[in-house]
Design a protein. Structure first.
Length: 132
């Protein structure tokens, strides 16, 4: 798990800085004690702001995190299901970047994400959404 300070790294901050810009959307999962245990979000990034999973200026990048103690309980599946449903209202496709060895890769593949680029040990994946 990463330290919260990683959000100050420019390469990571671009995904969450000034949250609430036009096109930003996401969900937060909470447990019974209202502890935030996971989150998923989409953001359009382009130009100098391009992220790790950049496909094109019309395709938002997906970010997701679930606390280690809560993984394997369906939280990621639930978050991804909701986000894809919401994204399909506005976008033709979504993309992401994931380490090839990350277990989340299997989740993304089950949801129909396909690898469009390999860069070292990192994959850029894209999911085409239903035609609006």
């Amino acid at each position: 798990m990463f330290e919260r300070s990683i959000l100050k790294e420019p390469s990571i901050a671009r995904y969450v800085a000034e949250w609430g810009r036009a096109g930003d959307c996401g969900f937060v999962a909470v447990d019974v004690d209202n502890l935030r245990v996971g989150a998923i979000w989409l953001r359009l990034l382009s130009g100098a702001e391009k992220g790790f999973g950049y496909v094109d200026e019309h395709t938002p990048e997906l970010g997701m995190a679930v606390l280690p103690a809560y993984r394997g309980q369906g939280i990621g599946t639930s978050l991804l299901t909701q986000l894809i449903t919401l994204a399909a209202e506005s976008y033709d496709q979504i993309c992401l970047s994931v380490a090839a060895e990350n277990p989340a890769r299997g989740l993304y593949e089950r949801f129909g994400f396909e690898t469009v680029k390999v860069s070292g040990a990192t994959l850029t994946m894209r999911k085409r959404l239903a035609v609006r």
